[in-house]
Design a protein around this ligand. Structure first.
Ligand code: HEM
Length: 475
């Protein structure tokens, strides 16, 4: 009681304003139809919210981190919001008191457009339904047997896509590397979780499906956070079409399935549907989320590693030598370093379910949390060369995060809402890169930028925006 009293007024550092308008003015300003006047007023009275409307979540968060330090409190869309890149606080939120933070925050209508509101597991704000679907479908399916199967499935899927290398060529021997990698991970996901034999989906269709996933990500970033009043009709319609398109893909994939009852994910979903434990919409959303989470994340990470190798010939040679000797240290560290340097999930967004206290400071229920992973991953206090791609940074960093001390390297998050596919991602990325490097050499094509120069979109899912064309040659 005493503690609660003494901590009531304390808040974390952050911007202070000379003029502070009550929160309801925020909603009044949003109703102003003149965009210019609305923006001026937002910028004047609610500058933090304006930053997040203008910029993406990671970029706006980094702006406040660099100004106020590794724990910052701001007012975002009328909600207290804490931006964290302090490892102890991040570990507290994600793991030590993780149960209190299994919700993510987002715009309710936006989530409904996306099909994520109270469905699936990534952004489901119904805790019971999230838990039920995560445990019974995702975690159950991602067991040790699946991880074993993933080894040969990853090999076969890579073979299948490589057989059609010409379909990825933009000119002779120059390929769209992102497209190639996405097709491989998509094929693996379809086989492991949807019972679709490798090769049953043509390469043309695979590319169409992969593109539908990429477009869904764009819709996700558009709808997720900003207030509904800011939506633009043309953009809204475009993104709604992308969401519909990926939902159609899900139905098409379900209908392609050859029944053989081996596949735990799709089978347990269908059983639950038959027994009325889930709705058809919930089932489809779980499949959609497995496709988006399982496809783009690993392929973006592998792409960055391949790109890094293009300009580090010595490292490539050492890697090749190691792989020929069935040794995997450079491979493992190279992938870890890609996830540190350019994490595909640069921020982890959460929300406090109940009131809480950290370091004598009160965290009110409903407080938004943004873990600024990319900032934490680049700090020189924790990494030898935080701002450079160098395997030395991760040699002593453990992916299993079993170390209860401060975890500073968290590409998959940690705790009850951590990435459910982390071990599958590790297995498939290692197999795919091994097979690619043993058989092919990769060089940056004319015009393709280096890892350091290549533009990426730092949004909730970080992706390259510049093309990743590479010259590929058989060894
Ligand atoms: C390099 C590969 C990957 C990276 C870096 C990555 C990263 C992440 C991160 C940072 C989160 C948020 C964790 C949190 O809130 O604490 C997440 C969640 C998730 N990931 Fe991954 N992921 C990867 C691959 C995969 C794969 C291959 C799958 C599926 C097979 C997958 C499925 C999911 C799902 C379903 C969630 C949501 C879990 C929940 O909210 O309960 N991920 N991932």
């Amino acid at each position: 009681m005493l503690l609660r009293y003494s901590t009531r007024k304390k808040i974390f550092p952050g911007p202070k304003h000379l003029i502070s308008l009550p929160n309801y003015f925020f909603n009044i300003i949003l109703t102003i139809s003149n965009k210019k006047i609305r923006n001026i007023l937002l910028n004047l009275f609610f500058p933090e919210s304006f930053q997040y409307i203008k910029l993406t979540v990671p970029v706006a968060s980094q702006y406040y981190t660099s100004k106020y330090g590794d724990i910052v409190q701001i007012n975002l869309f009328n909600q207290p919001t804490i931006i964290i890149s302090n490892p102890d606080f991040a570990d507290y939120i994600l793991r030590r008191n993780g149960k209190n933070y299994t919700l993510r925050f987002g715009n309710s209508l936006g989530l409904e457009y996306l099909g994520m509101k109270n469905k699936g597991i990534i952004w489901n704000r119904n805790i019971q339904r999230w838990k039920y679907q995560r445990l019974n479908f995702f975690q159950k399916a991602l067991n040790n047997k699946l991880l074993d199967d993933a080894k040969y499935v990853s090999n076969d899927a890579t073979d299948y896509v490589l057989k059609h290398l010409d379909k990825y060529e933009i000119e002779t021997n120059i390929i769209d590397t992102m497209d190639l990698l996405r097709s491989i991970t998509f094929t693996i996901t379809c086989h492991l979780f949807l019972d679709l034999p490798i090769g049953i989906i043509s390469i043309e269709k695979t590319k169409y499906y992969v593109n539908s996933i990429v477009q869904y990500f764009k819709a996700w970033e558009y709808f997720l956070l900003k207030p509904t009043q800011i939506y633009d009709e043309k953009q809204t319609n475009k993104h709604q079409k992308s969401i519909k398109q990926l939902n159609n893909v899900v139905n098409e994939l379900i209908s392609k399935r050859v029944m053989n009852n081996n596949c735990l994910f799709i089978n347990s979903l269908l059983n639950a549907l038959n027994n009325q434990q889930i709705t058809k919409e919930e089932m489809n959303q779980c499949i959609l989320e497995m496709l988006i989470a399982g496809t783009d994340t690993s392929s973006v990470t592998m792409f960055y590693f391949l790109l890094a190798l293009c300009d580090r010939k010595e490292l490539e040679e050492q890697l090749l030598k190691e792989l020929k000797e069935n040794s995997y240290q450079i491979l493992i560290n190279g992938l870890k370093e890609s996830m540190r340097f350019k994490p595909v999930g640069p921020v982890i967004m959460r929300c406090a379910i109940n009131d809480d206290i950290y370091n004598n400071t009160h965290i009110k229920n409903g407080t938004n949390i943004i873990i600024n992973l990319v900032d934490m991953h680049r700090r020189n206090e924790y990494f030898v060369q935080g701002n450079q791609f160098n395997l030395i940074n991760v040699e002593d960093k453990d992916l299993s995060n079993t170390n209860n001390e401060k975890n500073v390297f968290l590409p998959f998050g940690i705790g009850p809402k951590e990435c459910v596919g982390r071990w599958l991602a590790k297995v498939e990325m290692e197999i795919i890169i091994e097979q690619l490097i043993l058989n092919y050499s990769f060089k940056r094509a004319n015009g393709t930028k280096t890892l350091e120069e290549l533009q990426t979109r730092w949004d909730i899912a970080q992706q390259p925006t510049d093309p990743g064309y590479m010259l590929i040659q058989k060894r």
